[in-house]
Design a protein around this ligand. Structure first.
Ligand code: ADP
Ligand code: MG
Length: 254
């Protein structure tokens, strides 16, 4: 399919993507479409291929078969540096540069691109406000920050160049429940304010329900069901969906 045939309404698209690492299959024919301005949550048990999908979108991995599109253009090796500037990527551990201060982490790419210093400072402070990262912690190094602050910082860094998509790989997975709750609340407000396209990976159904316009449930490298949480609860497409939903225990008052 030529680049011109892509639907302008979808920001990311995977077409029949297959991927194996050596003999370990990771994706077995995945089709996926992320609507512009929407939040799609990829959910499924550990090892089902969620992170691999994000790696294909960023071009960190290539599909063995199938096509990946970003902003209506095919993700190809030669375009990667340019495409990546338009993607914000946050991983569970934050992936911050330990030898750079908070400020240094967030502004690195903008400085590399020779943004005007006033514009960099303005954007930095705007993001600190948006993510509720304490402005007086901007000179600290990652090791001097709490887990929640590190993830706020990773999000600031991902947003710095105003990307057209945010790719978040279990960004709250390592946080304790209270910090996690606060960040979930703030993140949802941020997404609503920015109207970004978001592809969010989690294995937590409650988190998916809280954020998702669309949920994509995966199992063993395949998409088992795609739709709203309500559809998954009311019309599970397959026994695995039922088991996955049932396996998420909720606190019950005796
Ligand atoms: P998830 O993010 O859903 O936990 P992944 O996409 O990370 O799943 O992994 C899918 C499968 O591919 C798993 O079986 C995993 O062990 C395997 N895998 C992922 N990355 C590698 C790698 N670099 N080398 C070998 N196997 C890998
Ligand atoms: Mg993963």
């Amino acid at each position: 399919m030529s680049d011109r045939d892509r639907s302008p309404a979808s920001i990311v698209e995977l077409r029949d993507c297959w991927k194996a690492y050596g003999r370990v299959p990771a994706l077995r024919g995945v089709d996926l479409e992320i609507g512009a301005g929407t939040t799609t949550v990829l959910i499924g048990p550990s090892g089902c291929g969620k992170s691999t999908i994000l790696r294909l979108v960023t071009g960190l991995a290539r599909p063995d078969r199938g096509d990946v599109y970003f902003e209506a253009a095919q993700v190809r090796t030669r375009d990667l540096p340019r495409l990546r500037l338009r993607m914000g990527y946050v991983i569970q551990s934050g992936g911050l540069f330990p030898h750079l201060s908070a400020r240094g982490n967030v502004t690195l790419m903008a400085r590399y691109l020779r943004w005007d210093p006033g514009r960099i400072e303005g954007r930095l402070l705007e993001l600190a406000r948006l993510t509720r990262f304490p402005a007086d912690a901007l000179e600290r190094y990652p090791i001097q920050l709490s887990g929640g602050q590190k993830q706020r910082l990773a999000l600031m860094r991902a947003l710095m160049l105003d990307p057209s998509v945010l790719l978040l790989d279990e960004p709250l997975g390592a946080l304790d429940p209270v910090i996690r709750f606060d960040l979930q609340t703030d993140l949802r407000a941020i997404f609503q304010e920015l109207r970004k396209s978001v592809l969010w990976v989690t294995h937590d159904l409650d988190e998916a329900a809280y954020f998702a316009d669309q949920v994509v449930l995966m199992h063993e490298g395949r998409v088992k069901q795609q739709g709203t949480i309500r559809q998954m609860l009311e019309a599970p497409a397959d026994p695995f969906v039922t088991r996955f939903v049932q396996a998420q225990r909720h606190a019950e008052v005796p």
